[in-house]
Ligand binder design. Structure first.
Ligand code: COA
Ligand code: AMP
Length: 652
């Protein structure tokens, strides 16, 4: 162990986790009934789990509650009124603000009043397209207070992505801000919002705009409302009781096409899972400070910036900044010191970014980070070198855990609140109680322990996972339930080893993670359909030392196109940035004569990925023309040379 190791990491496994897992799977009703006792219900549920519509399961039917009451009011009433609930830390505006549970109640109740004045009632949808400011959290909780359904759209998405979500969710109100702040530039939201509304079919939403002093915007008299004016005029409103099975939010996530999937989360199962997981997975107690360094646009932000810490009576941190550059690679350690953070959750890509700028972790020595006892990583597989680096320098346990937007909370993790398991770097540890993880072949047969195949979860999923896709039960069935009847398909592949450790190695679809952002290469390929000079395009995720993966597009020009390849490459880069957003980080398009395909016409993406990652591969026997692989290899080598000499293909 490193001499700096401050917390004991010797796991003595005495079977507590195994016992809890067994109980959760063998007696789910009793298990989750006990967990549900930690939540304040307006009306008790009739039963714990309704299986009558299987494979659609409903948790806690008949129960009524309000998620906002559980996240705020309950704590105000039970002695936490003066405890900090939300700490906003914004290096990009050089400001910090602390909201106690009482402050949060006042802010949220008035924000809810403002929405009620605009006609929002239970069941209505509200889109929240905002930067990481406290008002965004107030907006989410205000929706929950009214029983309205929020749909937060990540600020790094382009108007087209926002328009798709507007047309699917049909919001009554869209809440936004005049700008977001990225290091070195102001992102004006209003032109993006205007473009999205112009592109959408649904144009009836009222817009509430928070004017930030960094960049004010013009308001449209017929459509837009000034947030602060509306807020000042509003009266606080109370929590509205909703059914446990009513939706709390829709969170759109990348699917295999350009149409995102609207993951629906219920109120009751979600509240139970949030409370249970913070205590049992993360080992966090009420009153402690939990920091998820993510964005409220992602599921991590929903679950572990907003709902779980607040429902559990903790202090949560809303960080408007980056791991590096705001202002330096000591940013995370500064936040931990300033706010005495107990447990941190971030993405491996953030660690790699810090490590790249400060390999010796010298910035760490400038701060007192002694309160920090665990670092959790998720969003992509935590690569062992990053874990080693963090462990060595932080002197604490670094825990990889695996989950998805769809599940809403961890599927496999080292459950510190139950019993710490010995850490195996590269594995997300064992399945969390409630999740029955299986490694199955295409026919649904269980693999031998240690063999690689697709990962499934035996139904029913525990509380808090997706109930369905928004107004798309069929899509839910098709995307997740049909591959192997009785199982939820995670679209991840890996291994369950002889001790039950889960090793998640890759996706089985075309989803990639770029700097922690979930993106669909299929969606990028669809964008190129708008380019008349392009006949075909394949986008693959290529390994990147910091971002994990970056998208690279291979393009075949239309017959007869006489345009310069370099021009088309840079046009495609611009098109994808404009259609999906800057977070797509699509900077490399390469024109080739043909794409490698099987004789039946299937693009050989896996082989292309191996070439791009400079991994050994065997030329598939079914390839129609092996010579094309040589062209791909050369195009990539030229792009790499271009990058190292600063001449990136098509960079804007
Ligand atoms: N609004 C507008 N634009 C945004 C944005 C937002 N909320 N977030 C990112 N972008 C833009 C960036 O400004 C950048 O634009 P550029 O191409 O003009 O430079 C582009 O999207 C790509 O940004 P990003 O992917 O963040 O890359 P980066 O090089 O700026 O930073 C990291 C790299 C690793 C430091 C950063 O991505 C990071 O902190 N990642 C962790 C993300 C995370 O925690 N995800 C949650 C998973 S748990
Ligand atoms: P998202 O919906 O953005 O949370 O992305 C979910 C996907 O990220 C999963 O299906 C995995 O592919 C990947 N992922 C998340 N956490 C891990 C992890 N700890 N190890 C490996 N892959 C992970």
């Amino acid at each position: 162990d490193s001499p700096r190791f401050r917390h004991s990491r010797r796991a003595t496994v005495n079977g507590a986790l195994a016992a809890e897992s067994r109980r959760a799977l063998e007696e789910p009703e009793q298990f989750w009934r006990e967990a549900a006792a930690r939540i304040a219900w307006d009306e008790q549920f009739n039963e714990v789990l309704d299986t009558t519509e299987a494979p659609f399961y409903r948790w806690f039917p008949g129960g009524r509650l309000n998620t906002c009451y559980n996240a705020i009011d309950r704590h105000v009433e039970s002695g936490r009124a003066d405890q900090p609930a939300l700490i906003y830390d914004s290096p990009v505006t050089n400001s910090q603000r602390t909201f106690t549970y009482r402050d949060l109640q006042q802010q949220v109740a008035k924000t809810a009043g403002m929405l009620a004045d605009l006609g929002v009632v239970a069941g209505d949808r509200v889109i929240i397209y905002m930067p990481m400011v406290p008002e965004a959290v107030f907006a989410m909780l205000a929706c929950a207070r009214l029983g309205a359904i929020h749909s937060v759209v990540f600020g790094g998405f382009a108007p087209r992505e926002l328009a798709t979500r507007i047309d699917d969710a049909l919001p009554k109100v869209i809440m936004t801000a005049s700008c977001g702040i990225e290091p070195g530039r102001i992102v004006e939201y209003k032109p993006l919002l205007n473009a999205a509304i112009a592109a959408a079919r649904h144009r009836h939403a009222a817009c509430v705009v928070l004017q930030r002093e960094q960049c004010r915007c013009d308001l449209d008299d017929n459509r837009d409302h000034d947030w602060l004016e509306r807020f000042d005029a509003a009266n606080p409103v109370d929590c509205v009781s909703v059914a446990a099975t009513d939706p709390l939010y829709i969170l759109y996530t990348s699917g295999t096409t350009g149409v995102p999937k609207g993951v629906v989360r219920d109120n009751g199962g979600h509240a139970v899972a949030m409370h249970w997981s913070l205590e049992n997975v993360y080992g966090v107690k009420p009153g402690e400070t939990f920091w998820a360094a993510s964005d409220i646009g992602w599921v991590v932000g929903h679950s572990y910036i907003v709902y779980a810490p607040l429902i559990s009576g903790c202090t949560t941190i809303l960080y408007e900044g980056k791991p590096v550059g705001t202002p330096d690679p000591g940013a995370f350690w500064r936040v931990i010191d300033d706010h005495k953070v107990d447990v941190l959750f971030t993405a491996p890509t953030a660690l790699r970014a810090i490590k790249r700028e400060d390999p010796a972790a010298s910035y760490m020595d400038r701060y007192d980070i002694s309160t920090l006892r665990t670092l959790f990583l998720a969003g992509e597989r935590a690569d062992p070198p990053s874990i080693d680096w963090a462990e060595r320098h932080l002197g604490i346990d670094v825990i990889d855990h695996w989950w998805q937007t769809e599940t809403g909370w961890p599927v496999a993790a080292n459950c510190l609140g139950i019993e710490q398991q010995p850490i195996r770097k590269g594995s997300a540890s064992r399945a969390v109680p409630g999740f029955d993880v299986r490694c199955l072949d295409e026919s649904g047969r269980e693999m031998q322990r240690g063999e690689t195949a697709a990962l499934y979860i035996k139904l029913p999923l525990p509380p808090g996972c997706l109930a369905t896709l928004w107004r798309n039960d069929d899509g839910y069935r098709r995307s997740y339930l049909e591959e192997v009847p009785g199982y939820y398909s995670t679209a991840d592949a890996g291994i369950v080893d002889e001790d039950g450790y889960v090793w998640v190695m890759s996706r089985t679809d075309d989803i990639i993670h770029t700097a922690g952002h979930r993106l669909s290469t299929g969606a990028m390929e669809e964008v190129r359909a708008g380019h008349t000079d392009v006949a075909e395009c394949a986008v693959i995720g290529v390994a990147d030392a910091t971002k994990g993966q970056i998208p690279v597009g291979f393009v075949v020009l239309s017959a007869g196109s006489d345009r310069e390849a370099a021009d088309i490459e840079s046009e495609l880069v611009t098109m994808i940035r404009e259609a999906i957003g800057p977070v797509a980080a699509f900077k490399t398009a390469l024109v080739v004569n043909r794409l490698p395909k099987t004789r039946s016409g299937k693009i050989l993406r896996k082989t292309m990925r191996s070439i791009a990652d400079e991994e050994p591969y065997t030329t598939p026997a079914t390839i129609d023309d092996p010579l094309i692989l040589e062209e791909i290899t050369q195009a990539l080598a030229a792009a790499r040379r271009g990058r190292t000499t600063g001449k990136q293909q098509g960079s804007e």
